[in-house]
Structure formats: C-alpha cells, structure tokens
Design a protein around this ligand. Sequence first.
Ligand code: GLA
Length: 401
Amino acid sequence: MIPRAAGKFATAAAWLALFALFACAIPSRAQSQRVAATPPMGWNSWNHFAAKVDDATIRAQADAMVSTGMRDAGYVYVNIDDTWEGQRDAQGFIHPNSKFPDMKALAGYVHSKGLKLGIYSSPGPKTCAGYEGSYGHEQQDAETYASWGIDYLKYDLCSLHDRMEQAGSPEAAHQIMVDAYVKMRDALRRTGRPIVYSFCQYGFDAVWRWGAQAGANLWRTTGDIKDNYGRIAEIGFGQAGLAKFAGPGHWNDPDMLEVGNGGMTTEEYRTHMSLWAILAAPLLAGNDLTRMTPQALALLTNREVIAIDQDPAGKQGDRFSAEGPMEIWVRPLADGSKAVGLFNRQDHPLDMQADFHALGFPGSVRVRDVWRAKDLGRMSAPYNVRVPGHGVVLLRVSSFR
Ligand code: GLA
C-alpha cells in the first residue's frame, strides 16, 4: 500500500513526467521562436568568395566582424556556403575537404569571438557546386553539424530538383521537396541544438505558404542575387505581397547582401539596405569584411537602419504605392512609428512626395530622415523631397503627440 503522502508524491511525479514529455515535444516550436526571433544577421561566404573559401578565410572574416564593429552592430552568424564538403567515411559520416582541416576547432574559434558558425548542404545527393549533399544521410549530417558546434544550416535544393522532375506530377514533385525539408528539420531537432534552418529553393511552389510549417526560420523567395541595381531592384521590389507570411522565427529571404562588393554605387547600395530593412530581410553581408571601404561599413552598420530591420514587432513592410519609377514602401514598427521608403527606380533624380495622411497618420507627424540622421521636425503637410537616381529617402515617421 502506498502511504497517502507518497501517493501524492507519486501523482506529482507523474505530472512532472507528463510535463517533461510535453517539454520535450515543444522544442520544435520554441526552438524556431528562440532562434531568429528577428531576421538573422551575419555574413556568408558565397557572394564574394564562392569556391575560394577555406578555414583561414572564415577566421579572417570572424576577426574582421569584431574589429570593424559589425558584431557590435548585430551581425552574428559567420556562414560557410558551398564547397566545404569532403567525402563520407565507411559509416557514412561526412568530413570536410582539405580546405577545412578541423571544423570543430573552427567553430570553437568563431564562438570565442562571440559569433556563431553556419554551414551549407543540400537535400539532394549533390550540392549546387557538385559537392556531397545530405541525401540519405540527413540524421548523420545533423548530428555531425551539432557535434562540430554549428548554429545555422542553409539547405539548398540543388540536385533534389532532378529527382523532383522524375516524379511524374507537380504534386508528387512538391511532396518530394517538402518531405526532404521536413526530414532535415526533424533531424536537426533531434540533435537538441538550436540551429537556424534556412531554406534555399528559390521560392518554388510559393514556399512562403508552407516554409514555416516545414520548419524554416527563413526561406529564399527568389533565384540568386547579383551585384547590380537591376537585379536587386527586381528581387527587392518583387517582394510585394509577401509581408503577411513573415514574422518572428520565420522570414522571407530575398537573398544575401551585395553591399561592398563593388558593382553598385553607394546610392544603389543604400537602396539595397533600405529595401531589405523594410522587408524585414535577413542581413547577411556578402562582401570581404577585411577590405571594406568606410562607405560600405557605414551602410552595413547604420544603427537606425538595422533597428528598422530588427524591429521587435517583426512585421514585414510592403509596397504602399507605385507610380512609374516612384515606389513608396512602408513598414509598421513596434513603437507605432512607420519606416517609409521613397524609392526612385529611374537613373536620374525625381521629386517625390510623402503624404502622411494617406500613409495613415490622422494628425501632424514627427519625421526623421534616417540616412541623414536628421530630425526634420513636426509636419502637417505632405513632404516633398528630391530622390537621387536609383536612390532612396528613408524616413521614420511617428504621430506628433
Ligand atoms: C545556389 C544558391 C546560392 C549559393 C550557391 C552555392 O545557387 O542559391 O546562394 O548557395 O548555390 O553553390
């Protein structure tokens, strides 16, 4: 017979066990909230280094992330993209190739700087650059990443696409893709390590509708970015309508930054940063941080622009209006203010107008020009301003109280 007190204890223990069971089941959702509560910020090797990335490159970028002040501005993830992969051993475990002699030591180095390390793979047998993918080894790879101390995985569709094409129907192809992403989601969760999970499948099958459900903390919405205005404008302004799918823990990803890679003017890079901030986009720098111009650094580390991107409400902005080359984009912010971007897609200056009443402010407003770091004061009439070619005027507007 169980004494009364012991019986109570047994009941409490049973409840505790039940609670523990639930707590174990929860990490899935709690994890995606815990990681990427705001859009991830960091650096990725692909845009600048492509296949020319190795252990020394990553260490140098981590060093520069700290010495330039990027880390203190919020950039945390140092992400190795494609071409690190070596061979699998007899048990099927992946090893890095000779460019990365000791991944665990590298992670330790990056962590010692107060940063986090990201890696890359594919749900297909081969990555986009033809290296070893995770197909058939998902759990082993997730465990390997966790044992190295990896904090972020970019999972790039690549050769899985070939298998999808043989599926017989678009529905079957879609299912192959979703299953593959879910498989890695589950494998990552089983490791118990918080790992940001980044989908890269170029927006196929409207990934914004199912990505979060399949475990994505972020999902690429388009094909690859390029370091020219035409491409960043095509991608950035093409994000209209996607705002409702993003939120804390799950973000639309219009691809990594090109700021500082040399193909655009400062004005154009300013547009790139402004648009990405309004879009609540992940900010993954893609330039060589060891050789940045002061202009590139200033663009990447502007605190007020980063504050817009990282706004805690996590509401993505959207297109408010478009008249020919003149586009106005608005993002609602946690403190009740709004980020308003006046974008000129023409290559020569244009006069634009912000009508605050139309933008949802009933009375007079307080306006700040973000890039000029200048308070423009109280306004009760529309604001007229000349916007440089391919440029932007980024305002932070709040009700005047
Ligand atoms: C794809 C991705 C890029 C990059 C390369 C690497 O093109 O979209 O971002 O990861 O693969 O091979």
